[in-house]
Design a protein around this ligand. Structure first.
Ligand SMILES: [Fe+2]
Ligand SMILES: [Fe+2]
Length: 193
């Protein structure tokens, strides 16, 4: 599908704030790809489409993800489902066939163990795009994202862990796997239990 048509469709599928966020992620992902020697076109495409399912209802998301094994926790969570549904929608509706781009969409929310450079870039670009509301550590994270992909990933995953702990929740298993790439000894139950 031509880029123009893609943007047109996407704009209709998303609300104005989400579309603006999408363009921010697209540009940030492209910039990071340039810095780290990853494929800029793939980063741009994955950034553009990463939230393409974000404005669906939960049941639309589950429907869009048909054929993908979903656990019960996932099926109840729009936050988790929009990434899986996004991958499927990118494929079905936007005609994306590139497995690297699809993977970056699939893993942009939780991360996973053994992430590719493109997956890291989209995961991070999503957190630091210029329109993001300020949160603790964002400035430092932005700096790390322009300097060292793995340092930035470690920092971002640490932030997620602290945030989840502050809420009394546990880290998603895929996010824990992502963090274990940097801290093999980490035990998710550490301070709280
Ligand atoms: Fe998202
Ligand atoms: Fe996003």
């Amino acid at each position: 599908m031509k880029r123009e048509k893609m943007e047109y469709k996407l704009k209709k599928a998303l609300d104005a704030d989400r579309y603006a966020h999408t363009l921010g992620v697209e540009q940030t992902a492209r910039e990071m790809a340039r810095i780290f020697g990853a494929d800029e076109e793939r980063a741009s495409l994955a950034g553009l489409l990463h939230d393409c399912a974000k404005c669906m209802t939960l049941s639309q998301m589950v429907k869009a993800a048909k054929g993908i094994p979903l656990d019960p926790v996932m099926k109840e969570s729009k936050a988790l489902m929009h990434a899986v549904a996004g991958m499927c929608t990118a494929q079905e509706i936007y005609g994306v066939r590139d497995p690297e781009v699809l993977g970056a969409i699939r893993w942009h929310t939780t991360g996973r163990g053994e992430m590719t450079a493109l997956e890291k870039i989209v995961y991070l670009a999503d957190m630091i795009e210029p329109g993001r509301k300020m949160f603790d550590g964002l400035t430092q994270l932005r700096e790390a994202c322009m300097r060292d992909l793995d340092e930035a990933m470690h920092m971002a995953l640490r932030m997620s862990l602290e945030q989840v702990r502050a809420q009394g929740k546990t880290l998603h298993p895929d996010t824990l796997a992502a963090l274990k790439a940097y801290e093999p000894e980490i035990d998710e139950t550490e301070p709280n239990d």
